[in-house]
Each structure stands twice: as structure tokens, then as C-alpha cells.
Design a protein around this ligand. Sequence first.
Ligand code: AMP
Length: 490
Amino acid sequence: MTFQDLNISPIILKALAKENYKTPTPIQAQAIPAVLAGRDLLGCAQTGTGKTAAFSVPMIQLLNEQPPKPGMGRRIRALVLSPTRELALQISDNVKAYSQFTKLRSTAIVGGVSQKTQERALQQGADILIATPGRLIDLINQKHVDLQHVEILVLDEADRMLDMGFIHDVKRIIAKMPSKKQTLFFSATMPSEITQLVKTLLHNPVKVEITPVSSTAERIVQSVYLLETGSKQKQLNELLKDPSIASALVFTRTKRGADRVARGLNKVNITAQAIHGDKSQTSRQNALNNFKSGETRVLVATDIAARGIDIDELSHVINFNLPNIPETYVHRIGRTGRAGLSGTAISFCEVDEVPLLRDIEKLIGKSIPEVKDHAYPMSGSLRAAKVDQSPKSGSAKPGQAKSAAVRPAKPKADTTRKPKTDKARKPKSDAARDSSTNSPRKPKAEAVNNPYLEMARKLKSEAALNPKDGQARKRKSDGFKKGSKTGRSS
Ligand code: AMP
């Protein structure tokens, strides 16, 4: 199938060709005709599936076919709501790219940067607004934004909005729009509050469900270092002496931890920058741009700050701290090994984190091979007490892990430990919302319709079927091509 087959107008086809998009991804093939036909859409898909174009392309086409009436001025006719600034800016880049040959104008409204520039952009007029809820509410209250002419509403990552405490803001924003509009709704999971919102918001929606390309995680080579307490920074510095680690995204549990790790790397002349919610939007964007351009080798991030970031050719993900929620591990490692490339995920585990490691192994149904030959091993007695008693298999060389060993982990885990979840906090600001370190989503809610769980389940069943086969498999064709103009790839 080609984009022409989807009845996309030549002016947008030209832009897609310029972006080097040749074949629609599955979500695009399903969503574009439905949206062009004016239907509401309920999409269950993650970043990386091509969902931005799935909603933006038909949205742009519909708006372009009906230019504003002469003399009426430019009015906001489409609103895209996104939970994070990074995601909003990426959507904005994509919308600009896809609409570059039309007369439509779009602008992004996000927190963390000066409001003045955004006010000016709004005064000049925009057909499409891409926004995070917090700043949008501020601008609505100050009468800089009028949503009375919105014809198309896109809610992206609705479950994440719920997690981040945005859901009431979202409802208040929706109340400012006409009730008659086309709504495109995306959510990876369907907790009850989201189901409720879907019921009130969508009319007879077309449902599209896309699970991430499972081969992504299959191709990722995983390993773990069991470390003496307090030696993670030294181990990281040591690891990064290896020049084959071209770019690494390092995950820490806390914002301060991210700053500390970046400082520690800078001290040994490794270029690194931290990205988290306490940083201004400008410095986050700079850090991201420097990392994407290769100027900085290491980006240190908290989970929430990293969400929505799409980086080309990321070779390594390093878990400086293991996440409290095992699903978060699958999210993190899915950042590498994209676009048909292989990827490496390395985790550091101190004795306190062994139960977290066990939970992760239980979820993915594999023992993560341990790198044994390194400078800071966990002390023998701790190992004996905590590690050697529990099932583990496989080993890997330092720095260069072997493919994951795939003996299914014993279902018996440390039942005394409950995964910690961040308590839902009262929403304050975008930055405050970003202070959470792990997804506060409860594992229970994840059980329903979660593509990552789906991926984990798939891995688990494959591990059971092919206990010896830990080799990274070649990716099946998924219709994605690297090298898009927006600097993002699958
Ligand atoms: P998304 O899931 O929308 O964040 O898209 C993930 C990546 O795939 C982005 O870098 C897009 O530019 C890219 N992409 C989306 N659709 C296509 C397509 N049909 N062909 C090639 N690349 C695409």
C-alpha cells in the first residue's frame, strides 16, 4: 500500500515524500481513511508506531480542504493535547513538516518557556494548536486562546495525562470547545477513568489497536552488572571508556541523581547532560539537540523526562538505577534497537535492587545475563545471600553483553516486596509533574491492553519455546524507514 492509495492530497504527498515516508505504517493505513471520512478514532498505540502522522496527516488534509472563510481571520480549528513538552514539540515539528506546502499555520504552547513568544504567535493566528494542558489553561484563563472554533481535537497519550494529574485540566479544556467536533483519542492503556472519558467524548469511534513491533525488544542485547554499593558512577565511567558506546541514554531514579551522574561523567571528560523537569524547557531542548547531533555522548534522564523523546540511532540504554515498576524497564530498553538497528541495554544493580531485578526478569520471562568480570563486584556474602540463592543464568563480557540468556525465570519472586509507586500528586506545574521518577501507573492498570505487557508476554512465551535462542533476531519489515527530515525515526 502507498500513501496515494489512502487518498491523501498531492500537497501533503509532496511533504511526505520530502520526509522520505514511502509506505504507511499499519496505524496510518487504518486511521487515515477513518479520519478523512470524519469518524472519531480510538487508537491504542505507542510512540514509535507512526501515530503522529496517523492523526496529523488527515487532520491537515481536512483543514486544508476547508480554508477559513475570507475576512474571518485565522482561528484555532484543531487542538492536539499532549502530556509532555517534548512530545508536544515533536508533534509540532511533524505537523509543520507535513503541512509545509499548505497555507495552514500551527504553533506549540508548552510550559517552561516564556509565555510572551507564545502570546505573539497566538495573536498572529494559528489553525492548529499543539499544547500541554497546564500552559494552555493559563492562556485560556488570560483570554489569549479561544477554542470555540475547534473542529478537530486530538488527545494524545491520554493515560499518561491521567498519570500526571492532568485529567481535570483536560476536562476543563474540553469544556471550552464546541460539543460537535471530531475527536481522535490515543491511549496505551484503558484504566476506568479513561474508559469513562472515552464514553463521554467519542461517538461511534473507529478502533485501531497497534502493538509495538515486538522484534524491537527481541533484538536488544541485555546485561546486568551486580555492583558493590556506591560504585555505580565508577562503573559507568569505566564502561564509557569503551568508544564503541557511541551514544547512551542513562536512566536515573531522581532528578538530582541525573544531575549527579552527568557531573560525574563531565569530571572524567565524558560529554554528558541531564534532562529532567527542574530544567528550563530551553535547557532541556538544548540537551536533547546536543545529544541528537552527537555533540554530547550521554544524556542522563528520569523516566518522565525521557518519555516522548525519540532519538535516532541510540546504541545504548543504561539503567543506572533499576526502575521500581518492571514495565518501565521494557519502556526504557525499547528506546534502543529501533529502526532495524541492534541495541544494547545495560543495567546496574546493587544489593537493594536485587528484588527489582527479579521482578523485571519475571516480567520478561528471562534471566538477564550477568557481566561477571568487572572491577566492582557485589561482596561475596551479599551475593550469596541475595543473588546466588535465586535463579540466574548466562554471563556476558564486560561492556559487551552477550545476547540474553533465555531460561524462563522461576515464577517464584520476592513476594514480600511490593513495587513502590509514586503517589499521584496534586498537579502544580509542568515541572512539578515531571518530578516523578517512575511511571506512577499501577501495574494492575497496565494489565489491560498494554502493548508493552503484550511485548513482555510475547518475549516470555518465546523464551519458553526457544530456551537456547538468545540471539538477536532480525527485524521483520515494519514499513518504517530511517532518515526523516524531522530527525526522528522509528
Ligand atoms: P511516531 O510514532 O509518530 O512518533 O513516529 C515514529 C517515527 O517514525 C518518527 O520518526 C516518524 O518521523 C517516523 N515515521 C512515521 N511514519 C512513517 C512512515 N510512514 N515512513 C517512515 N517513517 C515514518
